[in-house]
Design a protein around this ligand. Structure first.
Ligand code: FAD
Length: 505
């Protein structure tokens, strides 16, 4: 019987998704030795990449570790900085701020989350400090401190996690170098046609404008919003979620670096959308995400420039998108990774996460040339769960806000939401409990940060916390708060940490 293994993989597109896919594939197949397979990436400089995508979530560290990338080298090469979470400004209401940090609210007390105890105390103690005072990442962020969590038993020094901000172009170049060094091939050219096998409609080859033909067994569509293979050749329908996530445009502009170097992303709600601020070593990344039905492009650009905290280094660049996802990201021998598979807007920095998880699942359910349909079905099922749970999490920001001061916010107040999200909101509102519907998605502390940060105070809390003596609990919280404050105060400033640990020879 002939060997059914995949012998050649063609990656269509060399943006962040293309190179984030090529790097682990090249690594695997280099390790596989003579049983490996060819990895070929095709990209067109005439088309270019989207070039934004600078904020990430903590699992990026596991992705980098799997590739064997060194954290300090990575930060140096990508002009990166560290991210402890996102500060949301003017989201719940104008003038209000809260922090969605990576980490939890400390160890459980009598088997119950500390924030449940905080909820109870907040009803009986006047002037109780906010729940964020028990989040190490929040306290570090306030002081612009950073150091990685220490190993050891749970304590204030490790009750947090972190991700990175980086220059997307430098990151793709870094991974390109990595993939090429491990045998991946890069082809420059404009794809103009896709050949399908007449017997089953599988892709057999792509054709370039100069006449070259590139065949393969497995095709990975990383062609961005164009979705050349998954949308074009495979005709996988796009599920449009604009009714739930109405922002459809962005203006992006870099500005000068500012001090202090914040170890977090900032998201400031605006009349027709929101503005991001991402601190890097050599510049600050800024963008205004907005709904073009409620503001003109010129006004959106002016809003962006007016909201900068340092001089712009360029003129704003405009981007358009439609939020939603491909109903099936894997069809026949085509798998979509990155924007070709969907886009949910960048409010919680989830796109690169979706790329990593897409690649991870492709490796987990990697086919042979028989392409057994249940592999694609399981990949599609898991991607679906993830897309929907991230969608709900992002919609939550727009839905729970008390803002009604512009057309966008009034639209969001009136908009119907998915039953899954309605259930999660009502469960918290009625009973102070959290439903996490995707075990791989945002965990309970993230949902709690958003619910409380956006101003949803539950009517009840977990009754099991009632039997603890409130005085003892108050003392415990006071000690914990002090430990967190002291630990954070003893950490280096974010910019100093980078200078000493990532840039020093
Ligand atoms: P692209 O970068 O568009 O790459 C497409 C590739 O396909 C290019 O190499 C192009 O040459 C190639 N190609 C296309 N057509 C052809 C053809 N005919 N022939 C040959 N080659 C072709 N994500 C985050 O995780 N965090 C963020 O903070 C974040 N912010 C964002 C802000 C905005 C406004 C937007 C729109 C997105 C943001 N994202 C963010 C998403 C992130 O930018 C993308 O997920 C990421 O860049 C991956 O893009 P991609 O590689 O799928 O597509």
């Amino acid at each position: 019987m002939s060997d059914p293994s995949i012998r050649k993989i063609v990656i269509v597109g060399g943006g962040t998704a293309g190179w984030m896919t090529a790097a682990p594939l090249a690594q695997r197949f280099q390790q596989a030795g003579p049983h490996g397979c060819e990895v070929v990436l095709v990209e067109s400089p005439d088309i270019g990449t989207i070039g934004v995508g600078e904020a990430t979530l903590p699992p990026i560290r596991a992705y980098n570790r799997t590739l064997g990338l060194d954290g300090a080298d990575f930060v140096r090469r990508t002009q990166g900085s560290f991210k402890l979470g996102i500060e949301f400004r003017d989201w719940g209401r104008v003038g209000h701020r809260f922090f969605h940090g990576f980490g939890d609210f400390g160890p459980a007390i009598e088997n119950r989350s500390p924030w449940q105890h905080w909820l109870r105390l907040s009803r009986i103690v006047d002037g109780l400090p906010g729940y964020e005072d028990w989040s190490t990442s929040t306290v570090m962020a306030r002081g612009h401190r950073f150091t990685p969590p220490v190993e050891g038993p749970p304590s204030a020094a490790n009750a947090y996690s972190f991700a990175y901000h980086f220059d997307a172009g430098l990151y793709a170049a870094y991974l390109r170098e990595y993939a090429l060094a491990r045998g991946a091939q890069r082809v420059e050219g404009l794809i103009v046609d896709v050949e399908l096998r007449p017997e089953d409609g599988f892709v057999s080859a792509i054709r370039l404008a100069d006449g070259r033909r590139i065949d393969g067994d497995l095709f990975i569509d990383c062609s961005g919003f164009r979705a050349l293979l998954i949308g074009g050749a495979m005709q996988s329908p796009f599920e449009d979620w604009s009714a739930l996530l109405p922002c459809n445009s962005a203006q992006a502009v870099p500005s000068a670096r500012v001090e202090p170097l914040t170890p977090y992303t900032t998201s400031t709600a605006k009349a027709a959308g929101w503005q991001w601020r991402i601190p890097l070593q050599h510049r600050t990344g800024n963008g205004h995400v907005y709904c073009s039905h409620f503001i003109s492009d010129d006004e959106a650009a002016a809003t962006l420039l007016a909201g900068l905290d340092s001089p712009a280094l360029d003129t704003p660049r405009q981007l358009r998108f439609t939020t939603g996802r491909r109903k099936a990201g894997w069809v026949k021998n085509v798998v979509a990774i990155g924007l070709a598979g969907g886009f949910l807007e960048p409010l919680e920095s989830t796109s690169i996460q979706l790329i990593m998880d897409g690649v991870g699942r492709l490796l987990q359910f990697f086919p042979d040339r028989s392409f057994k349909p249940h592999l694609a079905a399981e990949f599609n099922r898991r991607m679906s769960v993830q897309y929907e749970s991230i969608r709900d999490f992002i919609v939550l920001h727009y839905k729970l806000t008390e803002r009604r001061d512009s057309e966008l916010w009034r639209y969001c107040a009136a908009m119907p939401i998915p039953d899954t999200l309605a259930h999660q909101i009502e469960l918290f509102r009625e009973a102070g409990r959290v439903a996490v519907l995707d075990p791989d998605g945002f965990a309970e502390p993230s949902w709690v940060s958003l619910f409380l940060g956006l101003g949803l105070v539950p009517e009840r809390y977990d009754p099991f916390v009632d039997h603890i003596d409130p005085e003892a609990l108050l003392q415990h919280f006071a000690r914990l708060r002090q430990a967190i404050a002291q630990t954070a105060a003893g950490m280096p400033r974010h910019a100093d940490y980078i200078r000493q640990h990532c840039l020093a020879p």
